[in-house]
Write a protein that binds this ligand. Structure first.
Ligand SMILES: C[S@@+](CC[C@H](N)C(=O)[O-])C[C@H]1O[C@@H](n2cnc3c(N)ncnc32)[C@H](O)[C@@H]1O
Length: 333
């Protein structure tokens, strides 16, 4: 703390240069004052636009704050200024790892001569590659970047129909039931919430991406919204749980089906869309979305204690102007 005070005093008196400010950034990071570190690192980078270590310091602070797109951009800027800056490469690898980009992280880690805890980091990257679901960091990073123009791209360019498909399925399976308590899994910006709102006495949402949740909150239609993982963070009991185009980020659905079953009222329903796979099992498609076969969905649903109340072929969206094969499913508890 003394060091922070001394360094601040020196800089305020105009007696400290870049080195003093970067030392201050390190001291603030060490004392977990991330906002203070951000201010100083921004100042260092602004005052020294052509200096690689200043860009690296800003990248490191942004990485600690979890602001991955800007952290990666700043670290890459540091490497353009000084391609030999080993620590900037290491931090870039850490950022790719936090963003769930295991292959990119491994490429960086394997190019380093040595780095702290490198074996653990490489093991984490391999775990992401072999997990039977999309990494939470990957999903968060993807949708934090996508959130700004999500609605216009999904509706305008990709003919996105999953929310309406689920609404039509609900009208078929539980016609006339109003005043439902509804949970929107992977609520995103709230497109499914919008079409279910009219039937809800209570509407809650959960999503991994904080910026998608901010957009959903701005609609003012949800009673409660949380940032969390649908496999591990469900609370409460609901008449209806919906997941519009969310299960494409989970391969193995056993854990999700079990937790949804546990959070449904006795006459509750779980409605979701998937991208379809032929034959059996599930697989990761080339666009890094998971596809599920009808046989797999029926098998896992039965194992979790569900009955299949409805299962229809329905394309949730297009890809390169072609409808993506999909299924819409209603499970009853
Ligand atoms: C394609 S968007 C669909 C959003 C919304 N349901 C809609 O219809 O527009 C998928 C959403 O699921 C969220 N998501 C994916 N996996 C998740 C998980 N394991 N836990 C929470 N949210 C998840 C993503 O962050 C993203 O917002």
């Amino acid at each position: 703390m003394q060091a922070v005070g001394d360094l601040r005093a020196r800089l305020a008196a105009g007696r400290g240069g870049l080195l003093a400010r970067l030392t201050l950034v390190k001291a603030l990071l060490a004392s977990n004052d991330l906002q203070g570190a951000l201010e100083e690192a921004r100042e260092a980078a602004a005052l020294n636009p052509g200096v690689a270590v200043a860009a690296m310091a800003l990248g490191e602070v942004l990485l600690r704050l979890g602001a991955l797109p800007t952290a990666i951009a700043e670290l890459q800027r540091a490497l353009r200024l000084d391609p030999g800056l080993e620590r900037a490469r290491f931090l870039t690898g850490r950022a790719w790892l936090d963003a769930g980009e295991a292959q990119k992280a491994l490429e960086v880690f394997e190019s380093l001569e040595s780095a702290p805890q490198i074996d653990d980091l490489i093991a984490r990257a391999h775990a992401i590659q072999h997990a039977p679901r999309s990494d939470a960091g990957y999903v968060r990073h993807l949708f934090d970047q996508f959130s700004a123009d999500y609605d216009s791209r999904m509706i305008g360019q990709l003919a996105y129909a999953a929310p309406q498909i689920l609404r039509d399925l609900a009208d078929l399976i539980i016609p006339g039931r109003e005043n439902l308590s509804i949970l929107d899994l992977g609520c995103g910006t709230g497109l499914a919430g919008m079409v279910f709102k009219a039937r809800a006495a209570r509407l809650d949402g959960i999503d991994l991406s904080p910026t998608m949740v901010l957009k959903a909150r701005a609609r003012g239609i949800y009673d409660s919204l949380i940032v969390g993982d649908i496999e591990t963070s469900l609370t409460g009991t609901y008449d209806l749980v919906v997941a519009a185009d969310t299960l494409v980020y989970l391969g193995d659905l056993a854990a999700l089906f079990r937790t949804v079953h546990a959070h449904l009222s006795p006459d509750g329903y779980f409605l979701f869309t998937t991208e379809a796979k032929d034959a059996d099992g599930f697989e990761l498609g080339p666009k890094r979305r998971w596809r599920h076969s009808e046989a797999y969905l029926r098998e896992e649903a039965a194992m979790a204690g569900f009955s299949v109340a409805g299962l229809v072929v329905a394309s949730p969206r297009t890809e390169a102007n072609q409808p993506v094969p999909g299924l819409a499913v209603a499970l009853s508890r």
